[in-house]
Write a new protein. Sequence first.
Length: 261
Amino acid sequence: MKFLWSRLEKRWFFFALVLAVFISGLQFFPLKTIPPEDSPYTRWLGIDSFSFAPIAFFILLPLLASIPASTLLKDDYQSGLLSKFKLNEPLNRVLRQYVSIAFITGFIVTAIPLLINLCSWFMVLPNIRPDNLLNKNILVININTMFVALYYSHPLLHALLSIIFASFWGGLFAIFGVVTSLWIKNRFLAMCSSLILQTVLLLLNAFIKLPNLVSYAPADFLHETAPTANVSLLVTGIVTLLLVLYCIVMFQIDKKRLVSL
C-alpha cells in the first residue's frame, strides 16, 4: 500500500483538489447584497440553487474525484508493473489497494472543497438557524431535500451529513473509474468514464421520468437541496446500491482477467 501511495502522481491529486476548491470558490464572485435573515446554512455551496458554481461543481464531481487515481491500475497493467506486484502479494490484496487509494483520494477531493466553502460562509454570515418561514425563498421542502426536519433543527449536522454523502459518492466515482478503466483503451476516456456515467444519467433523467419527477442523477441528489429536481431517499439509496454492486461485480471480473497475467 505504501508503495502504491508513492506511485500516485501527487501533482494530479493537488491539481484536482485546487480545481475543485476554485470551482466552489466561484460562488463568492460576485458576492451581492445578502438578506439579513440568511446564514451559512442557506447560502453554502450544497444548498445554493441560484448560482452557476454549485451546478458546475456537482456535474464535474465525477471527473474531479477520478483525476488522481482512477487510471493508476490501468497504467500499471499496461506498463507491466502490476505483474511485479503479484509476485509479492496476492492479486486480491493488490487490487483492493488500488481501489482503496482511488476511494480515499476521491473522497478527499470532494470533502475538502465543500468543507472550505461551508467554513468560508461562517466568516461572512452569522450562525443563525434557518427558519422555514423567514427562509422560504430557498424552498427547502420534503420533495427536494432529504431529512428536512433535521435541516431546521440541526442545520450544521445536516450540512455535514450532506458533505459526507457527497464525498462517499466522490470515492465511488473514483472506484468506478478504476474498475472500468481496464476495458477502455484510451486513458483520457477511462478517466472520464464516471463523468460519462453522470452525463448519461442526466440525459436519461430528462427523457425517462420517474413518478413525482424524482431524479436518479447524482448531480441532483448530491446537493443538500436539489436545485431543479425532486429527490427521494428510496431512489437515492437504490442508485447508490446499484453503483456499489457494479463496482463489486467489475472488481471480480477484473480480478479474473488479471489472474492470467
